[in-house]
Design a protein around this ligand. Structure first.
Ligand SMILES: Nc1ncnc2c1ncn2[C@@H]1O[C@H](COP(=O)(O)OP(=O)(O)OP(=O)(O)O)[C@@H](O)[C@H]1O
Ligand SMILES: [Mg+2]
Length: 589
């Protein structure tokens, strides 16, 4: 899949031309269907001239020779039959053509969505944290839809409009060139005047889509945090916010809908005025030149044939303006910073039980003006069991997130085994260094899915992991065992059970390095002790880093690091730290 960096109307046309074969077939069908429709207005007027006014008899003679020799009634019936046949055939061709064009436009929309999703998949976590779900979904749904309809209108309507106008013009020029020129010059003038209005419509469309985005944003946040909102008894406040956004959306939608409709009507009025003038001029042409009454009727019909394509051409300008607005909004997604791509030549995690981690002079900030970690250096040998402690807000979780490759290192270096993080893809680090969060996120899916996350695992492996995580009895107690749905964010499980699901998930993924970030804080001391006892064999060869507030969780650590305000202020074995006066570790309970 080609990774787009920007969404432009030109780019969309390029994608369109990638479907060359379908475009050619679709256009050929459109061409034939258009010719069929354009021929129709000629037939009745010819009959008027030949049968009623007794002028030349080319058409009736041709019918007599090739189809059926008959009288006036018969020729009228035959002509009607021919017209109906042409109309039916053109409808069928129209359906075939629309199927081809719809497939092309949906394919372009699908590829655009895939490219956006790929971009989101690789977005850096710093950007992700500030993203608003509603804003993203509205771009992926509403704006891509706008582009989809732009493509389908362009290829299905614009081409037919141009073809119809072209053929009609040729026939009109053949019938009466002076009149035809008059008509053909007036059309571009209408298009010119309406182009100006189209620009305005583009701005309105952009504002409307922005309002959709804000509404979706407010609504999705309210729904996501519904439990929290209800607990705080703040439903009225949050739903009022969504209602306010819905009201703004209404105002923008009204502005866009009626103004774009007014613009269209205005353009149509200009066109109809022209049409009335053409009619008057045609009557004068019959009176003062050799234009026959039949041909005058034909011109009237062609004027009608040209109404829809002219409207489509006018409409195209609005669609183009809205497409440009949608591209602009979609580009805000492409502008999101991506994770750096690294050329990785050596993977230190392959063929080893675990790796050591060496951190030197690491500094980090979420926002450049506020440093969170400063000059951290620590050595963690392979297979060691270490702990990080410190007051709330001292930067422990931030350090853990950097160690597992959530964020790129700003300053300093982390070496895994013998490879610097600068030569490692963040995804490689994440694959091998597993972080268990304090509040693990669970999917509204089965217990099995939440444990395996889609990986193929045998029931035996799952049960083993459940046993280690002290979760086997809990799962046995669920109505459908492993196939029980656990609700939104695992609502059917207790806090401690959710933490144990995360631990079982870690056991199944079998990483080389394990980081516990207060991952057992919700467990009672007895269950926690049993859990770590059962995990001991599994973790024996792995490097383990534990962040905890409870002394009992980390008292057996090989080494303890103490963080304060983002700086490493102390480290040592538990005994060494206990011996120090005023040590943070000694004061832990
Ligand atoms: N995603 C983020 N964006 C901006 N600032 C953040 C972000 N996450 C944490 N911080 C800030 O970084 C600092 C350290 O936070 P961190 O979560 O690392 O602390 P902690 O030691 O894990 O605390 P706790 O013991 O409460 O879990 C805090 O001041 C916090 O406000
Ligand atoms: Mg934390």
């Amino acid at each position: 899949m080609e990774l787009l960096q920007k969404c432009t109307v030109d780019g969309i046309f390029k994608q369109l031309f990638a479907h060359k074969k379908e475009l050619i077939i679709g256009n050929l069908i459109a061409l034939v269907a258009t010719m069929m429709i354009v021929v129709i207005p000629l037939l009745i007027p010819i009959l008027v001239d030949e049968l009623l006014l007794g002028k030349s008899a080319y058409f009736t003679e041709w019918m007599g020779r090739n189809v059926w020799q008959t009288d006036t009634q018969g020729y009228v019936l035959l002509t009607i039959f021919l017209i109906l046949l042409l109309r039916v055939l053109s409808v069928f061709l129209g359906i075939a053509q629309s199927k081809i064009f719809v497939s092309i436009s949906k394919d372009i929309a699908y590829k655009l969505r895939c490219s956006l999703l790929l971009h989101l998949q690789n977005v850096s976590l710093k950007e992700y944290e500030m993203m608003r779900t509603g804003a993203i979904t509205s771009k992926l749904v509403t704006d891509v839809e706008t582009l989809d309809s732009f493509v389908s209108t362009t290829i299905s309507k614009l081409i037919i409009a141009v073809l119809t106008l072209l053929f009609s013009s040729v026939v009109l020029l053949w019938i009466h060139w002076e009149l035809a020129l008059f008509i053909l010059i007036t059309n571009p003038i209408v298009v010119y005047f309406t182009a100006k209005m189209a620009r305005n419509i583009g701005v309105l469309k952009k504002e409307q889509n922005q309002a959709v985005e804000q509404f979706q944003d407010a609504l999705s946040e309210t729904l996501e945090l519904f439990g929290q909102i209800r607990a705080a008894n703040k439903e009225s406040y949050f739903f009022e916010q969504s209602r306010a956004k819905a009201l703004t959306l209404k105002h923008h939608a009204v502005a866009f809908d009626y103004k774009s409709d007014a613009a269209l009507k205005y353009s149509y009025l200009v066109f109809l005025s022209g049409y009335e003038i053409f009619r008057a001029v045609s009557i004068l042409a019959v009176a003062y030149s050799d234009l026959s009454v039949g041909m005058m009727l034909a011109i009237f019909s062609y004027l009608w044939v040209m109404v829809t394509p002219t409207q489509d051409m006018i409409n195209f300008q609005y669609v183009l303006a809205t497409a440009k607005a949608a591209c602009g909004r979609i580009n805000a997604l492409y502008a999101l910073e991506q994770e750096k791509t690294v050329v990785q030549t050596h993977n230190p995690f392959v063929d080893v039980d675990s790796v050591g981690i060496s951190v030197s002079y690491l500094s980090f900030a979420y926002h450049s003006d506020k440093p969170i970690l400063t000059d951290i250096s620590m050595q963690i040998p392979s297979g060691a069991k270490v702990a990080i402690v410190g007051a709330s807000g001292s930067g422990k979780t931030t350090l853990a997130h950097i160690l597992v490759g959530f964020y790129a290192v700003d300053e300093g270096e982390i070496v895994y085994g013998d490879v610097s993080c600068k030569s490692l893809k963040l995804s490689t680090i994440r694959e091998n260094v597993h972080l268990i969060l304090q509040h693990p996120k669970l999917f509204n899916d089965t217990m099995r899915f939440n444990l395996t996350l889609g990986k193929d695992c045998s029931d035996e492996a799952i049960h083993k992991a459940l046993k280690i995580a002290q979760l086997d009895e809990v799962v046995e107690g669920l109505t459908h065992g492993l196939d029980t749905l656990i609700g939104k964010d695992g609502i059917k499980l207790s806090g401690g059970q959710r933490q144990r699901v995360a631990i079982a998930r870690m056991v199944l993924s079998d990483p080389k390095v394990v980081l516990f970030d207060e991952s057992t804080s919700a467990l009672d001391v007895h269950t926690e002790a049993k859990l770590f006892h059962d995990l001991k064999a599994f973790l024996s060869n792995k490097t383990v880093i534990t962040i905890a507030h409870r002394l009992s969780t980390i008292q057996d650590a090989d080494r303890i690091f103490v963080l304060e305000n983002g700086e490493l202020i102390d480290s040592g074995t538990p005994n060494e730290l206990l011996a120090k006066e005023n040590s943070y570790f000694a004061k832990m309970k």
